[in-house]
Ligand binder design. Structure first.
Ligand code: BEZ
Ligand code: FE
Length: 279
């Protein structure tokens, strides 16, 4: 019997059109997508006008995307989808450092820097020594771990957001651990900043009564042979936005100490050990 489209049998009408010889994973995902999408439209009783607003919003989201800007990822971030995908795909043993969202400002190929070196090139901000050890679940140091770090500058912008103002690679660097697993570098105590809010996602946040700020954080990617890749941040513990991060990236275990250092040129010290999960 032909599955003509009706309100009651809408899911069966659409899913029944799939050919029998398609990729099984495509079948599984699309079947669920249609099922939940139709259930949402029915439960919300979406009006014609609301549907048109949604189509206009998605059109604007696509139009603002470019090499430098990915508004769909920002949409995913602000709706908690990026963190959910990250959580599902990075389940770890207790004690292993947790993942959080990568964000759009990572740049591959940051210069290799010697342990203890300064990564801040614009001379702005309060200096901070970041240091600790990369270890396995038994607390054995991991040699040869590659640590890729990046943060905003003292004014809340990444170097790639201000290519004409900030030096290239400002507040970025990569390090490789020795046999003691230790890492150390000098950056700045990061500051909170708004995610790009001048597009459709910013408009959406405004309609929802939400602010666009992220609490201050230092980004890390830590990789080592035989271990799961760790994509994470450490957060500054006294930040006003910890409980309302625009992209839901905060986890309690990622809040790092920031201790004032007296004497010498450095103002802050932030110790943090990274515990890698085996593959
Ligand atoms: C970031 O931390 O760099 C970031 C993450 C998600 C959206 C925007 C920025
Ligand atoms: Fe960031």
């Amino acid at each position: 019997m032909t599955n003509y489209f009706t309100e009651e049998a809408s899911v069966e009408a659409v899913n029944g059109r799939m050919a029998s010889d398609i990729d099984p994973r495509v079948r599984e995902v699309m079947t669920l997508l249609v099922k939940h999408l139709h259930a949402f439209i029915k439960e919300a009783k979406v009006s014609q006008q609301e549907w048109e607003t949604a189509i206009r919003f998605l059109t604007e989201t696509g139009k603002i995307c470019s090499q430098e800007r990915q508004e769909f990822i920002l949409l995913s971030d602000t709706l908690g989808v990026s963190m959910l995908v990250d959580a599902i795909n990075n389940r770890r043993q207790p004690g292993a450092t947790e993942n959080t969202v990568l964000g759009p400002f990572h740049v591959a190929g940051a210069p290799r820097v010697a342990m203890g070196d300064r990564i801040t090139l614009d001379g702005k901000g309060e200096s901070c020594v970041f240091e600790g050890t990369v270890v396995d679940l038994d607390e054995h140091p991991i040699e040869g771990a590659i640590i890729d770090v990046w943060s905003d500058n003292a004014e809340g912008f990444y170097d790639v957001q201000q290519p004409d103002i900030q030096p290239k690679w400002n507040n970025r660097g990569t390090f490789v651990t020795g046999s003691d697993g230790r890492y150390s570098f000098v950056g700045i105590k990061p500051v909170s900043y708004p995610i790009p809010a001048d597009g459709p996602v910013g408009q959406m946040l405004k309609h929802l009564g939400r602010h666009p700020y992220r609490p201050a954080h230092m980004h890390y990617i830590v990789t080592a042979a035989g271990f799961q890749k760790l994509v994470t941040h450490t957060f500054v513990g006294d930040d006003n936005y910890l409980s309302s991060d625009a992209v839901f990236g905060v986890k309690a275990t990622l809040i790092a100490p920031y201790e004032r250092v007296l004497g010498g040129g450095t103002v802050w010290r932030s110790p943090f050990d990274f515990v890698l999960n085996p593959l």
